[in-house]
Ligand binder design. Structure first.
Ligand code: HEC
Length: 478
C-alpha cells in the first residue's frame, strides 16, 4: 500500500501500478487522498498513460472523436469511469472516486473535446464588414458603432435614436444613422465600476411614449460593499432627470465581493418589471429567501411590491422575490407570443444554463449544478433534484453565457422568435429554437469576433451584436 500522506496527485502517481492491479482499492485512506482535486492533474496522472495526454488516444481509444463504444452522454461516461469496462483494459475507478469526482472528470472530458473542436475550426479574421453563413442563412456583419468600450446593453427609442450602455459606467444617446460616443448621458447616479461591477441594462417603460420612463440597472456602492440597484428617470436632452429608486437593497445586504451582479431588466405583457440579481459570490445566499442576491425579482413599474408575488406571505422572505437559487443570470427575455420568461445564467466551470423562469421556483444553485469549481474540484454530485427546476439546456463546458434576446424582427424570417444568446468566453452568438420548453434546434451564428455581451433585435429587424470595442449589425444577404 502507498503510505504517502500528501494529497498532491503527482506524489500519488506511484500508486498507479496498484490501481491497475486492483490492490489499492482495499485502502479507504488512499482513496481519500486520491480525490479528484485539480481535475486536469487527475487526468494527467491516472488516464493520460492510456488515453493520451490530449485525449487523442494511445493504447486506449481517443476521446476527441464522436465515437463512443459505451455511450457519450453524461450518465454513460460516468458509468464507464465508475465501473470500468471489465475485460477490455479500462479499470474501474469507483472505489477511488466519489460520484462528484467522476462528474468533474466527465466535465473535463467535455472541456478538452470542446477546445479541440474550436482549434480545428478555421475562422474568418474579424473585419468591419464580413459576409458569413450559418446554416442556410447568409448575412452581412457590419460595424454599426465603433469606439465603445465593453457595451453591455442597448435600447432603441421610438424616435430613431438609441441608448448604449458601457459596463464602465457610461451611457450614450446616439442616432441610429451615425452613432458615436460624443453623446454621453449625464445625470446617472454614481456607478461602482470595478471587477464585474458596472452599468448594466437599460430598458424602456412599456408605455414609453406616454411616460418617458427609462430604467437602468447598475452596481451601487463602494469598494467595501456593493450590490445591484435599479432606477428610473426621464431624458431631458442628454440629461436624465426625475431619477428615483425602483429597487435599492438595504445597507446590510451590500456585499464586498465584486462578482455576479446579474443586472438584466424585462417588462412582461402585464407591465410587471422583472430584474436579475446574481448571488454576489456568496453561493449559499441563493437559497436564502431573506436575502436579495441569487434571485429574480418582480415589481410594479414604480417599484411597489405586487400583492400576488409568491413569497409575500412567507415570514422573513423578501416580498420582491419571484424565483431563487440563481447563480448569475445575465440574460432575461420574454417570448412575445407565448409570454414565457427565459433567463440564461453563467455557471461555474461548466453548467451555464437556459431556464424557464416560473413563479416561486428554485433553480437549485449551489445544491445542484452541472458545473465544477474553477480549480477543478467538484461542487455537487447532483445535477438535478426533487423540488428544483432543471434548466431547459446547459452548456458544459461553459461558453460564458451573458445576454439573451428572442428575435422579433422580420429581416430573418427563418429566425423569428428563436433565442439568441451571447457568449463571452465562447466568443459566439448561439441560436436556439425552443418549442414547448424543449430545445429542438441549435446552431452557432458567429464565433471568434471577441467576447459577446448581448444581442438585441433592432426596430429595423436587424440583429445588433455587442462586441468588446464595437457594436455590429447583422442583416441578410440575398
Ligand atoms: C490502463 C489503461 C487505461 C487507463 C489508465 C484508463 N483507461 Fe479508460 N479505457 C481504456 C480502454 C482500453 C478503453 C476501451 C474499452 C472498450 O472499448 O471496451 C477505455 C474506455 C474508456 C471510456 C469509454 C470510452 C467509450 O468509447 O465509450 C471512458 C469514458 C474512459 N475510458 C475514461 C477514462 C478515464 C477518465 C480514465 C482516468 C480516470 C481512464 N479512462 C483511464 C483504458 C484505460
Amino acid at each position: 500500500m502507498p503510505q504517502s500522506s500528501s494529497p498532491r496527485p503527482h506524489r500519488l502517481g506511484a500508486g498507479l501500478a496498484f490501481v491497475l492491479s486492483g490492490a489499492l482499492f482495499a485502502s479507504p485512506l488512499s482513496a481519500q487522498q486520491w480525490r479528484a482535486g485539480a481535475v486536469a492533474e487527475t487526468y494527467a496522472t491516472l488516464c493520460a498513460s492510456c488515453h493520451g495526454a490530449r485525449m487523442q488516444g494511445g493504447s486506449a481509444p481517443s476521446m476527441l472523436d464522436d465515437e463512443w463504444a459505451h455511450g457519450g452522454d453524461d450518465e454513460s461516461l460516468m458509468r464507464s469511469i465508475r465501473d470500468g469496462i471489465p475485460g477490455n483494459g479500462m479499470p474501474p475507478w469507483g472505489a477511488l472516486f466519489s460520484d462528484k469526482d467522476i462528474r468533474a472528470l466527465v466535465n473535463y472530458i467535455h472541456e478538452v473535446r470542446a477546445k479541440h473542436r474550436f482549434d480545428q475550426t478555421v475562422f474568418a479574421e474579424p473585419a468591419d464588414e464580413m459576409v458569413l453563413t450559418s446554416g442556410s442563412t447568409t448575412f452581412r456583419l457590419k460595424t454599426w458603432m465603433r469606439d465603445v468600450v465593453e457595451p453591455w446593453s442597448m435600447a432603441f427609442l421610438p424616435d430613431g435614436r438609441a441608448i448604449v450602455n458601457e459596463k464602465r459606467g457610461r451611457a450614450y444617446l446616439v442616432s441610429t444613422e451615425a452613432p458615436d460616443t460624443d453623446t454621453r448621458i449625464e445625470g446617472l447616479p454614481p456607478i461602482f465600476a470595478d471587477g464585474q461591477g458596472g452599468l448594466y441594462d437599460v430598458v424602456l417603460h412599456p408605455r414609453y411614449e406616454d411616460t418617458g420612463w427609462l430604467y437602468f440597472a447598475f452596481a451601487d456602492g463602494t469598494e467595501e460593499a456593493s450590490i445591484t440597484r435599479v432606477i428610473r428617470g426621464r431624458l431631458e436632452g442628454h440629461r436624465l432627470v426625475d431619477v428615483s429608486d425602483i429597487f435599492r437593497a438595504r445597507p446590510e445586504h451590500y456585499v464586498s465581493r465584486r462578482s455576479h451582479y446579474g443586472g438584466r431588466i424585462v417588462f412582461d405583457e402585464d407591465g410587471y418589471l422583472f430584474f436579475t440579481l446574481g448571488e454576489r459570490g456568496r453561493r449559499d445566499d441563493a437559497q436564502e429567501l431573506s436575502l436579495p442576491n441569487g434571485k429574480i425579482h418582480r415589481l410594479h413599474d414604480d417599484g411597489r411590491i405586487p400583492a400576488d408575488n409568491p413569497f409575500v406571505d412567507t415570514p422573513g422572505a423578501l416580498p420582491s422575490i419571484w424565483s431563487y437559487g440563481h447563480r448569475n443570470p445575465q440574460g432575461l427575455a420574454l417570448h412575445p407570443i407565448t409570454g414565457e420568461l427565459f433567463s440564461v445564467e453563467h455557471g461555474p466551470r461548466g453548467g451555464d444554463e437556459l431556464n424557464l423562469v416560473l413563479r416561486g421556483a428554485n433553480y437549485g444553485w449551489p445544491l445542484v449544478t452541472f458545473g465544477i469549481e474553477y480549480n477543478g474540484n467538484p461542487i455537487s454530485d447532483r445535477s438535478e433534484a426533487e423540488g428544483m427546476q432543471s434548466p431547459l439546456t446547459h452548456w458544459t463546458p461553459s461558453i460564458g453565457i451573458c445576454g439573451l434576446d428572442v428575435y422579433d424582427g422580420d429581416l430573418f424570417p427563418e429566425w423569428k422568435h428563436q433565442l439568441f444568446i451571447a457568449s463571452l468566453s465562447g466568443e459566439s452568438v448561439e441560436r436556439l429554437r425552443v418549442v414547448e420548453g424543449r430545445v429542438v434546434e441549435r446552431a452557432t451564428v458567429l464565433q471568434r469576433l471577441g467576447r459577446v455581451r448581448h444581442v438585441v433585435t433592432g426596430p429595423d429587424g436587424a440583429l445588433y451584436v455587442l462586441l468588446p470595442r464595437r457594436i455590429a449589425r447583422l442583416s441578410p444577404v440575398e
